[in-house]
Ligand binder design. Structure first.
Ligand SMILES: [Zn+2]
Length: 402
């Protein structure tokens, strides 16, 4: 007990020390509104099954709704995605906490039930390929199960992989870090795995994550940084590495030689060529975090290219009260945007405030009921990968939006 308290004390001291040395990305300005700040782009959601043509609309975020919606029926008004962070092989069977790792049990069962009850729903799971977590003292890092068995590619986890695949195409699995945690500098922003990582370190970890997905037979199209740590403390090494791995044209004006050199770096690092490593999108912004932490760099409502990456914004949180959620969803739908409702793959909603506990499940029901009631047949339920595919399609067509 004495030892435990001493460790806690040292933990607190070190955190305070590091918080003074580095930019604390967990400190946020909660007064900022996600709709505030001018960004002007245009967007076209896909036509619905009835064959009506795509719809072009203009918008301005600062002045509110300016979407010019066609009167034509059957055209999607907005897109909707439910995305859940921290899915991993961990469950009560092998760990202290349940992140969906046991098929048909705990939060895994809850998600299965939710998808069965709502056939329209499409979900993106942000998965930790090889989960490592803080031990009970909150100080040391390491596995809490047999080493290697937390990897999605471990043979013991085949039933879990089969379960994921059985829910395709309604369920997409995207990458959410490698371990999710980092160990240096110790303690400070511990969950933000990539926040302090250089481009090379980031590339190395991303390649390991991709290797695990490939070994598990999972295809991958998107990435969300753990704890929204995109590298304010490391010259954005993660973003550079993601650009190296994105299959997109770069609009950074990087020279061809540079691009080839980076391609060689990747090949060298993991014996693969660039075609095998391709992120279609990143989910690197929330209204107060990631790309939008210190100022608004990208829209909170619409997909947007940012320095060679396609960013799909996260904008509504399960941690919010139901009233605020419905108000925000309604406004985004009116603006013809992407509703990206986020929670965590965890059955708790007390210590994990946006987990899939009863309180938050009721909020999801309320949102789906609202969409059914007010916008029946007008919402495009999609995985983030589908939205990215759509965006890439129109981005290369006539009148490309960005
Ligand atoms: Zn996370």
């Amino acid at each position: 007990m004495v030892r435990h308290n001493l460790l806690r004390f040292l933990n607190g001291l070190a955190t305070r020390f590091y918080a003074r040395q580095y930019r604390d990305i967990f400190r946020k300005d909660f007064s900022r509104d996600l709709f505030a700040g001018e960004v002007v782009r245009s967007i076209t959601w896909p036509a619905s099954a009835d064959g009506s043509g795509p719809l072009r609309q203009s918008y301005s975020e600062a002045s509110g709704v300016k979407a010019r919606l066609a009167e034509a029926s059957g055209v999607a008004r907005a897109a909707f995605n439910l995305n859940l962070d921290d899915f991993s092989t961990q469950s009560r069977r092998n760990s202290r906490y349940d992140y969906g790792g046991a098929v048909g049990e705990g939060v895994n069962k809850i998600l299965g039930g939710l998808m069965a009850a709502h056939p329209e729903l499409r979900v993106t799971l942000f998965a930790v390929p090889c989960a490592h977590y803080v031990n009970s003292h909150g100080i040391f890092y390491g596995t809490t199960w047999h080493k290697g068995r937390f990897s999605l590619a471990h043979p013991a986890n085949r039933p879990l992989i089969a379960w994921l695949k059985s829910l395709a195409p309604r369920l997409e699995v995207a990458i959410h870090g490698y371990h999710h945690f980092r160990s240096w500098p110790p303690l400070f922003l511990a969950a933000a795995e990539f926040e302090f990582a250089s481009r090379e370190e980031s590339l190395e970890r991303l390649c390991r994550a991709l290797d695990i997905f490939a070994s598990a037979g999972l295809s991958v199209s998107g990435f969300r940084p753990p704890a929204w740590g995109i590298g304010y403390n490391s010259d954005f090494g993660l973003l550079s590495a993601l650009r190296d791995l994105s299959g997109q044209d770069t609009d950074l004006g990087r020279s061809r030689d540079n691009a080839q050199q980076h391609a060689r770096t990747i090949e060298h690092a993991h014996g693969r060529n660039q075609d095998q490593t391709s992120f279609k999108y990143v989910s690197a912004s929330s209204p107060l975090s990631g790309l939008n932490w210190d100022r608004k760099r990208v829209s909170n409502i619409y997909p947007e290219r940012y320095e060679g990456l396609l960013n799909l914004p996260q904008n509504v949180s399960l941690a919010w009260p139901t009233e605020r959620i419905l108000e925000t969803v309604s406004k985004i739908v009116q603006m013809g945007g992407l509703v990206s409702l986020m929670g965590h793959m965890n059955a708790e909603d007390h210590w994990m405030e946006d987990g899939l506990g009863p309180r938050n499940l009721a909020k999801i029901e309320a949102v789906l009921e609202y969409l059914r009631r007010e916008h029946a047949g007008k919402i495009w339920f999609a995985t983030l990968a589908e939205i990215a595919d759509f965006w890439h399609r129109i981005a290369h067509g006539p009148g490309a939006p960005c």
